[in-house]
Design a protein around this ligand. Structure first.
Ligand code: GTP
Ligand code: MG
Length: 302
């Protein structure tokens, strides 16, 4: 028997850097939702990549930013916890933005919070958006900022440069048996993937602060004899005044959200889905431990 290796790689970075896109590209299925808006991911999402004898469990994390609200603090804490528990870390930055103040703050905090024993690489993502020659100056700045073990130039949307990164990461994984069965791609439940799918569609159709003041829970999931699934979900909003916006004129917005989510879920599951969305005003949801648990987060003290 050949020697197997298995371990965790945390993907960290500013909101919108492309962490969830990268996780999905690495695993080859959509496990983590993606939008053009910041702070899409709220909890840690694990995705498994098996290559020959090695198993890498990639951990997508919420973006790192200066947290203000309680939920923000829980998200940022989850991201740092993801980095601290990993066998290796990849910091994603955006090629066209370079070393922003936010990235510099992350590196400074990283040095304080995470053991120097954990190898860290940097992945310059979205290289499809810039000219190759613009990367030279960025490379010099990166080298001056921190002693990253490696610099990778990637495009998560095009799966460019990911193989090189994976090959390097494989060598860093500790020897030992695989941690997940060969056919398991992640550890999120279907209920939670379905809730996230609906939240993605809400984020895409709602604007300003609203997407950040709502959450989605799956209440019921019934696999029916005819091969379809009946799924009931609740959209929790913080204020009564948000209800008409979430519903839209004549209920059109929520209806469209439901259609988008149902369509993608049915494609993913390979069978028909009947999706029912309810809207519930709960001004306390942002302080409700149960909602945090659904998101895979711990409720911060205050
Ligand atoms: N052009 C281009 N866009 C990308 C690339 N990778 C990600 N994006 C886009 O960047 C946006 C943010 O992607 P996400 O994967 O949601 O980013 P994230 O880092 O997970 O963001 P948070 O969850 O908010 O922290 C989306 O619109 C993606 O399509 C890339 O390689 N090239
Ligand atoms: Mg994300």
């Amino acid at each position: 028997m050949s020697e197997t290796r298995a371990g965790f790689v945390a993907l960290i970075g500013e909101p919108n850097a492309g962490k969830s896109t990268m996780l999905n590209a690495l695993v080859g299925v959509k496990l983590s939702i993606v939008t053009h808006k910041v702070q899409t991911t709220r909890g840690r999402i694990r995705g498994v990549l098996n290559t020959e004898d090695d198993q890498i469990i990639f951990v997508d994390t919420p973006g790192l930013f200066a947290p203000k609200r309680r939920l923000d603090r829980a998200m940022v804490a989850a991201a740092w916890a993801g980095a601290g528990e990993a066998d290796a870390v990849v910091l994603l930055i955006e090629a066209q933005k370079g070393l922003t103040d936010g990235v510099r703050r992350i590196v400074a905090q990283y040095r304080e919070q995470v053991s120097p024993e954990i190898p860290i690489a940097i992945a310059v993502n979205k290289i499809d958006k810039v000219r190759r020659d613009s990367l030279l100056a960025l490379t010099t700045q990166i080298t001056e900022l921190h002693d990253f073990k490696r610099i990778f130039y990637v495009s998560a949307t095009r799966s460019d440069g990911l193989d090189d990164m994976v090959n390097w990461l494989r060598g860093l994984m500790p020897g030992g048996p695989w941690l997940y069965p060969e056919d398991q791609l992640g550890d999120a439940s279907l209920r939670s993937i379905a809730a996230e799918m609906t939240r993605e569609k809400l984020m895409l159709r709602l604007h300003q602060e609203l997407p950040y003041q709502l959450t989605v829970g799956t209440d019921q999931w019934e696999d029916r004899k005819d091969g379809s699934a009946r799924i009931e979900q609740t959209v929790y909003i913080a204020k009564e005044g948000h209800r008409p916006i979430v519903l839209g004129k004549g209920g059109q917005t929520l209806k469209a959200v439901g259609q988008d989510s149902r369509k993608e879920l049915a494609e993913m599951l390979g069978h028909p889905v009947h999706l029912f969305l309810h809207v519930k005003v709960d001004p306390r949801w942002l302080d409700d431990g149960e909602r945090y648990t659904e998101m895979g987060l711990d409720l911060p003290d205050s």
